[in-house]
Design a protein around this ligand. Structure first.
Ligand SMILES: *Cc1c(COP(=O)(O)O)cnc(C)c1O
Length: 426
């Protein structure tokens, strides 16, 4: 791969480079194990002194191709594929925070992430303080403690669709000596590359736009290679690791310390591994990521404008609309488009919203987003159901909120479908 290549060329060409006579298309290496003819070579592999595969829980050639491509697209030094987006969030944070330590996170998160951080992390002994991402810098800094190890947020919050002020967040994280870790699932590296705006680690639920066709659950963590892990706050990166016969990650792996530690410590011990078949699909899906994201963004903007002009609609939220409070941040950080997610409420509210969703013909009611098909979801009774009403409001979920994942069908058909369903509901 040439480093000079532009995004779309990398999306097609990066990750897999066959040698003469090998398959042109990335093979699915459905093999747990690898063949060797030298004991010493295997010993060097286990010492991490030789690059190669030991066992598919830790690495596999099909996963490696996908990891290299997504790292190239995000502009990172390495990536680690995981079994789900939840696993990616878990690995990205547990790689830096131990039991007894603390994380600061934006309150406007995907429901599953919010529960992982507020309930499950607490059981593991990691405490998380939530701050509204639009709060003043001093207020966010006040949530930090001496043992805080990371600042976590989403590029586009789910489902509030608030766009993150990366400049503010990266300044806060770096003033406090911790990495900024970003969930970039809604934007994808085509619309936003957080490393260009000061983020240190990016993770994705690949289940969404990276897969793009709602086939496989998966996740990935990408390392920018830029965070100074030897700043004194992260002894697990500089002191010998007893789980890996005394290896020191920064000393041995330099700017790939974070992603190597995530792989040889957490992936090896916990085994949140992606399947080779999923990695094969994702590697192929990335070829069309930019085409899909362009179309998702165009369709979502057109649908948002239609809803805005419909007198039966109470409100519409899409960061690409000029009157959105996030319009300026969207212009700055999402200049190619704001993605396919929008939210709105009908006049009347909850009852009308339910009737609308049940009358859609083209769009379907599913617990998913980011695929080619237009779909709708009611967060208050679905993804954010486990949260209290106060937690729901703080995450941007009102009872009447309908979340739309705008697909890549013909926009006329999408608008006609919404129009007939709205007219039956209100
Ligand atoms: C879906 C989602 C997740 C969780 O990913 P899974 O692949 O479902 O485990 C995390 N973050 C965001 C923004 C999501 O939309």
């Amino acid at each position: 791969m040439s480093k000079e290549w532009k995004f779309q060329t990398k999306a097609v060409q990066a990750g897999y480079e066959p040698k003469p006579g090998e398959p042109r298309i990335l093979p699915i290496y459905e093999s747990t194990t690898f063949y060797y003819d030298s004991v010493d070579y295997v010993a060097r592999l286990f010492d991490l002194k030789e690059e190669g595969h030991m066992y598919s829980r830790i690495s596999n050639p099909t996963l490696e191709a996908f990891e290299k491509k997504i790292a190239a697209l995000e502009g990172g030094v390495g990536a680690l594929a995981t079994s789900s987006g939840q696993a990616a969030t878990m690995v990205s944070l547990v790689n830096v925070a131990n039991a007894g330590e603390h994380i600061v996170a934006a309150s406007t998160l995907y429901g599953g992430t919010y529960t992982l951080l507020s309930v499950t992390f607490k059981k593991l002994g990691i405490e998380v303080s939530f701050v509204h991402p639009d709060a003043e810098e001093d207020e966010i800094k006040a949530a930090f403690r001496p043992d805080t190890k990371a600042l976590f947020a989403e590029t586009i919050g789910n489902p509030g669709l608030n766009v993150l002020d990366f400049e503010k967040f990266s300044r806060i994280a770096h003033d406090m000596g911790v990495p900024l870790i970003i969930d970039n699932s809604f934007a994808t590296p085509y619309l936003c590359r957080p490393f260009e705006h000061g983020a240190d680690i990016v993770m994705h639920s690949t289940t969404k736009y990276i897969d793009g066709q709602a086939r496989s659950v998966g996740g990935v963590v990408v390392d920018s290679g830029k965070f100074p892990w030897d700043n004194g706050k992260f002894p697990s990166f500089t002191e010998p690791d007893p789980a890996y016969h005394g290896i020191r990650y920064v000393e041995s792996f330099g700017n790939a310390a974070y992603i190597t530690k995530a792989r040889v410590q957490f992936m090896r011990d916990i085994g949140l591994t992606m399947s080779p078949f999923t990695a094969f699909l994702l590697h192929m899906s990335l070829e069309t990521l930019s085409l899909r994201m362009e179309k998702h963004s165009q369709n979502a903007l057109a649908l948002a404008r239609y809803l805005k002009n419909n007198e039966k609609v109470a409100w519409v939220n899409y960061p690409g609309l000029e009157d959105s409070p996030y319009y300026d941040l969207a212009q700055k950080y999402l200049p190619l488009g704001c993605g396919g997610m929008l939210t709105f409420g009908l006049k009347g509210g909850l009852k009308e919203g339910k009737k609308f969703m049940e009358n859609l013909k083209l769009a379907s009611l599913v617990v998913h987003l980011g695929d080619t098909r237009t779909s709708v979801l009611h967060p208050a009774s679905m993804t954010h159901r486990q949260l209290t009403e106060e937690e729901q409001r703080s995450a941007g979920v009102t009872p009447d909120l309908i979340r739309v994942s705008v697909g890549i069908e013909d926009i006329d058909d999408i608008i006609n479908d919404f129009d007939q369903a709205i007219n039956k509901a209100v």
